[in-house]
Design a protein around this ligand. Structure first.
Ligand code: COA
Length: 214
């Protein structure tokens, strides 16, 4: 039987998360997820209209988590690592269970683990011996190389490329098309700008941009 699922976030990545869920269901012999609807504490009208147009119900704020026998699964479709962590904590406290959605076009090699709550979008390439933490977002066409560890609540934006032997700590955001060269560590809560090329370790909590990133 399909797992009842809510997605949090009516914005862009929330609806892209719905796309991943739809693709998972379409590729399976029987639906994996029964999408109950979307939660959002501060939805804009334009995004509510976009959601309505695709026929997915808006259920209200995160206090309006629906109840089902056996529990409700959830995915947080919010790009900000810090906001995503806060929402996940709130829903877990209410008994919601993190789901995991991996688009069927994703390729992954030997010994790849993906933490609960993660959303892995179309075209992502994961090679070998990779660990992704909880609530990780790997956006369209991102790549992760061998022997790399990605922490919890990390956001990897489209086309970003994390080389082999890297450590990406919790709550990091890697901007669109950002590159992390091999063997480097991006410290907890750091932000890597779009199109940056990271050539040395990034201190926790810092923002780096440009080529080379500084
Ligand atoms: C790096 C980043 C985090 C900086 O954000 P910010 O601190 O708000 O930066 P600002 O917009 O105030 O710009 C500050 C300066 O940095 C420059 N800058 C901003 N982003 C840059 C980037 N990615 N690379 C190089 N320079 C950048 C600006 O031109 C500006 O330069 P100036 O002071 O000479 O005018 C942000 O621009 C970024 O790249 N975020 C990633 C966005 C992303 O991935 N979007 C896709 C979503 S799917």
């Amino acid at each position: 039987m399909a797992d009842p699922l809510v997605v949090v976030g009516v914005g862009g990545f929330g609806r892209e998360t719905l796309d991943v869920v739809d693709a998972v269901n379409a590729a399976a012999d029987a639906p994996v997820f029964d999408v109950l609807g979307v939660l959002d504490d501060a939805p804009s009208q334009v995004n509510l209209d976009r959601l309505a147009a695709r026929g997915v119900p808006f259920l209200g704020g995160t206090d309006d988590l629906p109840a089902r026998d056996g529990g409700v699964r959830y995915l947080v479709g919010v790009g900000s690592p810090r906001a995503r962590r806060a929402i996940a904590d709130r829903l877990e406290a209410r008994g919601a269970i993190a789901a995991t959605a991996v688009h069927p076009s994703v390729t992954s090699g030997y010994d790849v683990t993906i933490g609960a709550g993660s959303v892995v979008c179309a075209g992502v390439r994961l090679t070998t011996n990779i660990s992704l933490g909880r609530h990780t977002h790997l956006n369209l066409n991102a790549t992760v190389g061998h022997d790399t560890t990605v922490g919890d609540f990390v956001s990897v934006n489209p086309l970003a490329s994390i080389s082999g032997d890297c450590t990406i700590e919790d709550d990091v955001l890697i901007g669109v098309a950002g590159v992390i060269l091999n063997g480097l560590t991006v410290g907890r809560g750091a932000t890597v700008g779009g199109s940056a090329c990271v050539v040395r370790d990034v201190p926790a909590g810092s923002t780096v941009k440009g080529v080379p990133a500084r």
